[in-house]
Design a binder for this molecule. Structure first.
Ligand SMILES: Nc1nc2c(ncn2[C@@H]2O[C@H](COP(=O)(O)OP(=O)(O)OP(=O)(O)O)[C@@H](O)[C@H]2O)c(=O)[nH]1
Ligand SMILES: [Mg+2]
Length: 127
C-alpha cells in the first residue's frame, strides 16, 4: 500500500482498502474471513459496510480500513460515493461468472483511470 500519511484515531497509520465487484462474487465473505476468520454461507446483499483491523505490516502496527461496497446495482449510488477515498482496491470476480470479470475490468479502465491507488485482482470461486 502507498504512502500511509492517513492517521487513525489513535495515531496508527491508516490504510483504506475498498472491495469492488459484482453482486454475489464474495466480497463480504472475503472481508469477513479476513476480519473474523469465518466463512459466511448466507447471502445478504451489502449496501455499504466498513471494518477496521490492526495488523502488522512490514514490522509496523497499522490499521486497515476496509470498505465493503455493494455489488447490486440497486445500491450503485451509495457505492460510487465511496470510491474516491480508496487507497487500495481489491477487485473481486467469480471464476464461474464471466460477466463479473468484465465488470471489474470496465470499472478499472473506464471510471478510475488515473487513480494512483493499488489495484489487486482477486479470483473467487463463488456459486
Ligand atoms: N462456493 C463458494 N461460495 C462463496 C465463495 N465466496 C462467497 N460465497 C458465497 O456466495 C454468496 C455471496 O457472497 P457475498 O460475499 O455475500 O457476495 P458479495 O460480493 O458481498 O455480494 P454483494 O454484497 O451483493 O455485492 C454467499 O452465499 C457466500 O457464502 C466462494 O469462494 N465459494
Ligand atoms: Mg457484500
Amino acid at each position: 500500500m502507498s504512502s500511509g500519511k492517513n492517521k487513525g484515531q489513535n495515531s496508527l497509520t491508516l490504510h483504506k482498502v475498498i472491495m469492488v465487484g459484482s453482486g454475489g462474487v464474495g466480497k463480504s465473505a472475503l472481508t469477513l474471513q479476513f476480519m473474523y476468520d469465518e466463512f459466511v454461507e448466507d447471502y445478504e446483499p451489502t449496501k455499504a459496510d466498513s471494518y477496521r483491523k490492526k495488523v502488522v505490516l512490514d514490522g509496523e502496527e497499522v490499521q486497515i480500513d476496509i470498505l465493503d461496497t455493494a455489488g447490486q446495482e440497486d445500491y450503485a449510488a451509495i457505492r460510487d460515493n465511496y470510491f474516491r477515498c480508496g487507497e487500495g482496491f481489491l477487485l473481486v470476480f467469480s471464476i464461474t461468472e464471466q460477466e463479473s470479470f468484465t465488470a471489474i475490468t470496465e470499472f478499472r479502465s473506464d471510471r478510475h483511470r488515473g487513480n494512483a491507488g493499488v489495484w489487486v485482482w482477486y479470483q473467487n470461486q463463488s456459486g
